[in-house]
Design a protein around this ligand. Sequence first.
Ligand code: ARG
Length: 579
Amino acid sequence: MHSYKSALNDLFGTALSSVAGIQNSNANVITSSRPEFGDYQVNGVMSVAKQLKTNPREIAARVIDEVDLNVHPFIAKMEIAGPGFINVHLNNEKILERGNRLLRPNSLLIGKSNEPQTVVVDYSSPNLAKEMHVGHLRGTIIGDCLARVLEKTGHTVIRQNHVGDWGTQFGMLISYMQEVASDTDTGPKHLADLEVFYREAKARFDEDEEFAITARAAVVKLQSGEQEYLDAWGKFINESLTHCQAVYDTLNVTLTREHLAAESFYNDELSTIMSELRSANLLEESNGAKVVFLPEFVGKEGAPLPVIIQKSDGGFLYATTDLAAVKYRSFSLNADRALYVVDARQSLHFQQVFSVAEKAGFSSDKISLEHVAYGTMMGKDGRPFKTRSGDTIKLVELLDEAVKRAFYLVSEKNPTLEEAKRHEIAKEVGISAVKYSDLSKNRTSDYVFDWASMLSFEGNTAPYLLYAYARIKSIIRKSTNPTASYNIESCNELEERNLLVKLLQYPEIVYAVVSDSYPNHLCNYLYELAGLFMRFYEACPILKEDAAIRYSRLAICVLTADTLKQGLDLLGINTLEQM
Ligand code: ARG
């Protein structure tokens, strides 16, 4: 059994189906909102009763009769509530057993999926023409969390960093590189700040027609594979990737160069994509461009909306590359799922790509293509987050500031701690605060970036959770024998039991993230878990108690600490033993 919730859904789903005579009836089990309603609540009876036009309480009673507690001893009792809910109370003995199983050495806290899949996670994927900026933060963090969660649950994850490294901009950048290379101040020094380099190149391109002509010719030479141009391009890309890697390392994001599947990677495939679209009778000519029209996509006033595959000058587009990527992920990587962790503003693009891919046979029958969309990070003024002068904020700069601010915070909280140690802690706290504040928001909404709230020790924040973890660890350290293994012997106190049941619900939450790709579920869970721990700690003395109770409660502390640690790790956050 992975989780109580899935076991109860199976059990009550079967019972409900047999009582109602409706196959695959959904028991719709949820965690109870209040302890007096039991631990779980079966909500599915009502809709079935409605279909059958019978009294839901009657159906509920028959469902209860179907469930034999001798066969399912993890349930202590069931009762009908309200119009026809079934409240389910878990058996305390079984709760303890399960808790103790989780405490065994090498316990994973969470079981592997029975149906392991191959999942592509396409995330971060910046354009390499410029440096990473705040707009890349969400996709990078959310994608990394999803990759970790999928891996932890036994899936094979293929990370793909679909960086933009191809296209007209690179002609301009190469030409500018060639131009400045003849200066005394050569090469990488110029590239040290890619933002400035890009701006200068763009200015040259806009102001000097001759330069623009050279730049356009450079694209053609690059794309036709002239070595000199490929070399210059390679040098630029390499420099830009070094910048990205520094950001990933600072962010504790698991991406490396190994995970690159850049746009240029699909280059040789693009003409095949064209010819296959043509054979599938999907390709049409429109104003000299090659396009696909799909009836389901219409623009303003019902005009058909084309998906452009090839421009009139022969250039391929973003969508063309994505079609090749779908094909690669379907048939070369043989993926069961592909998650595209990309800004919500690209949702039309993905709908179109997925739809064309399906019609043209670029996607396999089994693959599930999912746009994991996220909203925009806003400034206090309600507009996309920018500097005061309206420039985009470089990610490195934002992260530097986070660490600086965290240093003040840590120093305020713990002024006597050695300075070096405070810097070390600040690094984790600052980065974690930025990551957590993002992950804890519903990813599809826009949110306002706010230093004060993310760096608070109160509320659903990284500092709060890191502090809670460090505090539990210090309680464990103070116990007489911190390394001994203990058993949870009782959960008679309400706060004790609430905490323990919550701990056992951890896999439910992680599996919810696996299926719907919303990391905020996990954040909420960890926040609630820490809150329940605090209540437990207030209500149930630990170190003052006799050995039996003391060790049992310490065991609960250990399980809480382990769960918090693993949960935070899935979010890409390192815990601290001391704060
Ligand atoms: N490079 C793109 C951008 O910066 C994101 C790529 C996302 N992945 C994809 N397969 N299209 O907007």
